[in-house]
Design a protein around this ligand. Structure first.
Ligand code: PMP
Length: 373
């Protein structure tokens, strides 16, 4: 990883001095279970469609892409209306309620640029996704956090009280939460919304992995113009390399994001590939159940082996009762398995792999517990 060294010699903003960049190690090892990707490659049928779809767009690359990503918005609406309908929810979205950017990191960054910034405060419930504070401080806003209980759950009363106390300009809620896997009920989101006058961001990056399927915060959008839901194609959709995240909110909120995005931020190729992926939503999401099986297998095995395992609604598992997470991380790496030491004392996180990867991880764990170096 490239470190940020000796930046004091540069006229860098004082509020950035001492911060650490996003730091998941990018190592080329056989079993990579550290950044919550979808372990399965794209099926041939999707790859073939993508190839054909981009082919028609090469000659037109002399032109800027559609700044309003009109076709992509429509594809996202079709997908999301289907999701809500299958969940029995009556919410009806339209393209004016959709935003998209290069990964949900960029979506979140647009929202915080527009509603955070110098002199403003952003509240989160930690441990949660490490980019929420980094995106916040990047805009010059102040990050405040409330520690979750020992079991990492969050209830409506706690959230209501903390949000009312802090009265932040933005609240981050993440469900299922990274790195703990914990889901929250819609009542927790309502509690946050009702107790501040700021923007409530619900980061639902892992929503498609919840079983049974939970109603999305999208179902609360009616009459809540300060609520915004963020999602991604990086996880369940198996398109992390594509870089496509999106948000759903009232048209007024979406409109504001136009003020902070860079012109033509979504390339023609990104838009075409994302539309093609959405046309194949069912195929791409076809491995979600297999990943959930792997996750459940990991949880059961780790619990049996004596680790504390936190209930997960996503494609990863947080497990504790580890004497030294750094030592476990290294021993697994020595066996070709990369997991994540997320900096929570005595805990580590592993994401569900293919059946073979899951087997490799669990065998490596057994070997380490049996005392081999
Ligand atoms: N939100 C959460 C909770 C995440 O875990 C991640 C990725 N690890 C993201 C957002 C960002 O994902 P992407 O930019 O790939 O959409």
């Amino acid at each position: 990883m490239i470190a940020v060294g000796n930046i004091e010699s540069l006229p860098v903003r004082s509020d950035l001095v001492g911060l650490k960049p996003y730091g998941a190690p990018h190592l080329n090892v056989p079993v990579q279970l550290n950044v919550n990707e979808n372990a399965y490659p794209l099926p041939d049928v999707v790859v073939d469609s993508m190839r054909t779809a981009v082919d028609d767009h090469f000659a037109g690359l002399n032109r800027y892409p559609d700044r309003e990503f009109t076709a992509l918005r429509e594809h996202l609406v079709t997908y999301l209306n289907g999701v809500n309908e299958r969940a029995g929810d009556t919410v009806e979205l339209d393209p004016s309620m959709i935003w998209a950017a290069n990964g949900s990191n960029e979506v979140l960054s647009h929202i915080v640029q527009a509603f955070g910034g110098p002199g403003r405060t952003v509240l989160g419930f930690t441990p949660s996704y490490s980019m929420h504070p980094l995106i916040t401080t990047g805009t010059g806003a102040e990050w405040q956090h409330v520690e979750r209980k020992d079991d990492f759950t969050l209830d409506a009363d706690t959230v209501a009280a903390e949000v009312a106390r802090a009265n932040p300009d933005i609240v981050f809620l993440c469900t299922p939460n990274n790195p703990t896997g914990t889901s929250i009920g819609l009542d927790v989101i309502e509690a946050a919304y009702d107790n501040c006058s700021g923007i409530v961001i619900v980061d639902e990056a892992y929503a498609e992995f919840s079983r049974p399927a939970k109603s999305s915060a999208m179902t609360l959008l009616e009459g809540r113009p300060r609520l915004v839901v963020s999602r991604t194609m990086s996880k369940a959709f198996a398109c992390a390399g594509l870089r496509l995240g999106y948000a759903i909110a009232a048209p007024e909120l979406i409109d504001v994001l136009r003020l902070v995005r860079l012109p033509y931020h979504l390339s023609e190729i990104t838009q075409v590939l994302a539309c093609t992926a959405l046309e194949h939503a069912e195929v791409l999401l076809g491995n979600v159940d297999r990943l959930i099986d792997s996750r459940n297998r990991m949880s059961a095995h780790l619990a049996e082996a004596g680790f504390t395992v936190h209930d997960s609604d996503s494609n990863f598992v947080l497990f504790g009762n580890i004497a030294s997470p750094a030592d476990l991380w290294q021993k697994l790496l020595d066996r070709g398995v990369l997991i994540r030491d997320i900096g929570i004392a005595n805990h580590a996180r592993v994401n569900a792999g293919t059946e073979e990867e899951t087997e490799a991880f669990l065998s490596a764990i057994d070997e380490i517990l049996a005392g081999s170096p």
